[in-house]
Design a protein around this ligand. Structure first.
Ligand code: PLP
Length: 481
């Protein structure tokens, strides 16, 4: 494809994308008729010898690919957490893809690094982070960085916390063996934390204790303190805690103020995983859960979830980036440059070397919507979730087993788990709305209903509730007979 053809096909593709999104509600949100392996029958099993004409390729997208896609932007998508996109975000990535500068060091693409620093300062201020997390001048120890996923941010911060603790022991003991220390390290999180926290522990070869939250699914300081004491008595070395703000199952919030106080007094690294809920902190009324953030060492959230910056984009801030450097600095000659050690080299802040120019899409979205535009979007999502919650509460056959926070409503049919399991199975198999389950303490099976799409309206919420009720009517009628 040459530049002239690109101009034509690129513009066609822009139209195709705009049509796709404008008409998204006409597509079935979930491809309920597809079975594993379906694409093998529709696509040749070897690559073409000669290049194909572009129109044929695009036609196959419509005929073969899109019918098998789950339409995450659909107004009837209520599964997982949002993975929103927006036009300024897409334009940002289009430009980033064209430039394709790999900004691992400052010198490998100076503007990529500089823009990322600035836009991460903007975003940090937008969610009310203390200045220590920002990179405001040459004296700043903290700063923000864009990671690929929240999982990667958690692992990165676990490794940084581990490096910090190893350093402390290095000074204290004479026969120093980091591997022996590592075997005694223990990390903590709530049993409501995302599985990626446990995974970080597996990769870091450290023990992870999943602690019981209180009745509001909130991990409390006292529970953490008790666990730390027990472990110290057993010769283990507590080193790292992950507090979750907005858990995956029910969007519950750990008590950051209490946990922060414990981490401060016990000298542990405190990481905050706010993957979903972090976007809401741009609205001052939702920052109540951030109380205690001044005691944290790191925090991450995904603008790629709710803030309309499409995947991938995880915003991570750290109070003292030297801890990252202790974990990740390797300095081969071919990566050194005139400003090494003076400028930020983001390769020292992350696991991979190479990195995309992701700051562009974040910059475009923040500038194009403005803070008020983004706040309006978040508040609308919360308003619609509240609407759905009221509909569920109006029907005595249903219950809401966990307090609703932000855009996620958990609900179930009263009675045995099997009823709710059947409700979810049948609802998803109709393909008109899409939800996923979760399990709450006490083996309570729930359906999660997240307001995800910016195309969802009040009418959609009513329609989706009626869809759920229709299936529930059917199931309960069968049970009665
Ligand atoms: N943490 C929480 C609280 C989440 O809800 C999720 C995913 O939804 C993750 C971490 C993992 O996010 P990612 O896919 O960016 O690794």
């Amino acid at each position: 494809m040459n530049a002239d053809e690109f101009r034509v096909h690129g513009k066609e593709l822009i139209d195709y994308i705009a049509d796709y999104l404008e008409n998204i509600r006409t597509r079935k949100v979930f491809p309920n008729d597809k079975k594993p392996g379906f694409l093998r029958e529709l696509i040749p099993n070897s690559a073409p010898i000669d290049g194909e004409a572009w129109p044929n390729i695009l036609q196959d997208v419509e005929d073969v690919i899109l019918p098998g896609v789950t339409h995450w932007q659909s107004p009837h998508m209520h599964a997982y957490f949002p993975a929103l996109t927006s036009y300024p975000s897409m334009l940002g990535d289009m430009l980033s893809n064209a430039i394709n500068a790999i900004g691992f060091t400052w010198a490998s693409s100076p503007a990529s690094t500089e823009l990322e620093i600035i836009v991460m300062n903007w975003l940090g201020k937008m969610i009310g982070l203390p200045d220590e997390f920002l990179l405001l001048n040459n004296e700043s120890k903290g700063g923000g960085v864009i990671q690929t996923t929240a999982s990667e941010a958690t692992l990165t911060c676990l490794l940084a916390g581990r490096a910090r603790m190893i350093k402390r022991y290095e000074k204290k003991i004479t026969e120093f063996d980091p591997a022996e220390l590592n075997a005694r390290f223990v990390a903590y999180c709530s049993n409501q934390a995302h599985s990626s926290v446990e995974k970080a522990g597996l990769i870091g070869l450290v023990k992870t204790r999943l602690l019981e939250p209180d009745n509001n699914l909130s991990l409390r300081g006292e529970t953490l303190l008790q666990a730390i004491k027990e472990d110290r008595e057993n010769g283990l070395i507590p080193f790292w805690v992950c507090a979750t703000l907005g858990s995956t199952g029910a969007c519950s919030f750990d008590n950051l103020a209490e946990i922060g106080a414990v981490c401060e007094s016990e000298n542990l690294w405190l990481h905050v995983d706010a993957a979903y809920a972090g976007s809401a902190f741009i609205c001052p009324e939702f920052r109540i859960w951030l109380k205690g953030i001044d005691k944290a060492d790191s925090i991450a959230f995904n603008p790629s979830k709710w803030l309309m910056v499409h995947f991938d984009c995880t915003a991570m801030w750290i109070r003292d980036s030297t801890a990252l450097h202790s974990s990740f600095v390797v300095n081969p000659l071919y990566l050194q440059h005139e400003n090494s050690g003076l400028a930020v080299d983001y390769m020292h802040w992350q696991i991979p070397l190479s990195r995309r120019f992701r700051a562009l899409k974040l910059w475009f979205v923040i500038r194009n919507y403005g803070i008020t535009g983004l706040q309006k979007h978040i508040r609308e999502g919360v308003r619609l979730a509240r609407k759905f919650e009221l509909l569920v509460l109006s029907d005595k056959r249903f219950e809401i087993p966990a307090v609703r926070h932000l855009g996620l409503v958990t609900f179930r049919l009263k009675g045995k788990n099997e009823l709710t399991e059947e409700l979810l199975k049948r609802t998803n198999s109709r393909g008109n709305i899409h939800c996923v389950p979760a399990s709450l303490p006490g083996n309570i099976y729930i359906i999660r209903f997240t307001v995800t799409s910016q195309y969802t309206t009040g009418e959609d919420i009513v329609k989706d509730w009626n869809e759920i009720k229709t299936v529930a009517d059917q199931i309960l009628r069968e049970v009665e007979n």
